[in-house]
Ligand binder design. Sequence first.
Ligand SMILES: [Zn+2]
Length: 317
Amino acid sequence: MKLPLPASLRALVLACVLPAAACAQITFTFDYATSEGATTGFNDATLGATRKAALESAASTLAGYFTGYPARTVTIRIEASQTDGTGFLASAGSLYFTTANTFQPGLVASMIQNGTNFGQPYLGTVQWDFGYNWSYGDTVAGGTYDFKAVAMHELTHALGFASVITATGTSQFDNNTWTTFDQFLTDAAGNALINPTTKAYAGGTILTDLAGSDVYFSGANAMAANGGQRVHIYSPAAYLAGSSLSHLDTDYYTSYAYLMEHAVSSGLATRTLSAIELGILTDLGYSVTAVPEPATYAIAAGALALLLAWRRRRATA
Ligand SMILES: [Zn+2]
């Protein structure tokens, strides 16, 4: 479900090279064996090692934002890669318990924040489409996508930066199980889309009125990082499954400067979490802090922008 944007929407992307994360207390490990093909994708004889190293580098950079945790390991299962070069660049998500009428943090969040994996062999998933042209290092050629930036984006979805509110106001988990992220979604006046008491959908026609750009993240920390204003959440006039409500609003923040926008240009892309995104993660219960200012900046001209995706799965226990 990645959609190329027309050339008229080409964007200049301010990007950077992050210093290596040091002393990360949170470690991501990846299961490349269970679902991924033995000789394909991340296990490709020629490129597999490079792909794994890039994914693990991005995960290490993301882990560098966490602070104050004891050593904890988050296991992510790599799903069978795609090669069609259409649809989403990649997708990822956390497992969630589906308990009726609750907000759920997801198992990745539970592991990082509380150190429990509920006995699950993996806590989230990532699936990649290697049919697109990727650059795996810190030099990202024009016309190729920034693997590390997209990996950070996807893993941030797995942290719980994700909504499960469908176009019709039901939960993708069917029984009014929502994500913690959903708890903070409001309209412009601060009215919650999910009733905090009954957990019933309370957004009325906000997702179907074709107004667009009318959903906000109203967590206190995110707003504090945004000058006291609610944070615009991607909510295009026509609901876009997999993208709507789970990203910063690309239609509002048009510079493509944020990691968690739903689309990314080819070329070097943003590899940092902004203060707003860190505020959202804080509202989701994480202890995070900005990493040191990047040492190197570069400007890359983008040719295309594609949608980023994510996927969530139910926990089996
Ligand atoms: Zn995304």
